[in-house]
Design a binder for this molecule. Sequence first.
Ligand SMILES: C[S@@+](CC[C@H](N)C(=O)[O-])C[C@H]1O[C@@H](n2cnc3c(N)ncnc32)[C@H](O)[C@@H]1O
Length: 297
Amino acid sequence: MNESGRAASRTAVLVCQGRAAADGTAAVGRFADPVAVRLLRDAERVPVDEVRAGTPPKDWRARMTYESVRACVEVAVPRTLAIDDALRSGTTGQLVILGAGLDTRAWRLPDLAGTDVWEVDHPASQQDKRDRLAEAAAIAELPSAARSVRFTPVDFAVDDLGAALDAAGHAPSEPTTWLWEGVIPYLTRAEVRATLATLAGRTAPGSTLVVNYQTPSAKASVGRLLTRLLGSSVTSGEPWRSLWKPGQLAALFAEHGWSVVSDDSLLSLADSLGSPARGRASLRSGRVAVAKAAPRT
Ligand SMILES: C[S@@+](CC[C@H](N)C(=O)[O-])C[C@H]1O[C@@H](n2cnc3c(N)ncnc32)[C@H](O)[C@@H]1O
């Protein structure tokens, strides 16, 4: 818990567990995230190892965690691969990761060797990540794959994102690749709009915006509610605040100078990869969209 009274994101840990469990077990030959497990603490690695081995625990509470991590593998694989592909084809000298959580790209993607990375996140989550990075580096070297990594603490609900990026050396006049993965659902519609308005003032031609968001889905919402009622506290402190239909998001992006060039459901991405897709409703409601900065007139 930091001074703002908010604890570090637990959903960020869950997504990291999903990537760690997927490494070497799902979409083998395409998906790899060997850094994810290094950011996890011992207790967090237990369900990861169980999912990797396919051995669910008997205790029902442990089983709930197991199922959350297993479901997260299904989400993490298509989402990570689609985003990595988009970053590769839209690489610029600047990558800003909004709501970075335990994102490992700055330590994992050689394509970022010529890119400065700004990891923007809620202060409590960012401190937690920095602690984890220090613990991992104390065990074995964890070199950055990016040209630089700059930690930029920002609470999108209260802080001035533009001022924080200015202070951290982001250059608004240079092209930027913006990544917003798994964060939009946790923000209100007003916070999403305000963030896009800030980006609009810092987006040079040649910039790319890559987002992962959730569409409204009665089935996925019921599943989430059930998980919470059955006692999984992972998602209870981080409720979903905004869900967007693809057309609504494309219209909002257009208002802020972005033109959507692709927008795929995680289900179609998983099916084309042949990665596991038992939770079809959940995969159908998650999407990855890529937008390009519309030329200034
Ligand atoms: C589900 S995690 C996703 C993390 C990472 N992008 C990934 O996909 O692995 C959600 C992230 O959003 C961040 N977040 C949620 N609300 C935020 C806010 N108001 N300000 C800054 N970050 C926020 C959390 O700190 C957390 O890192």
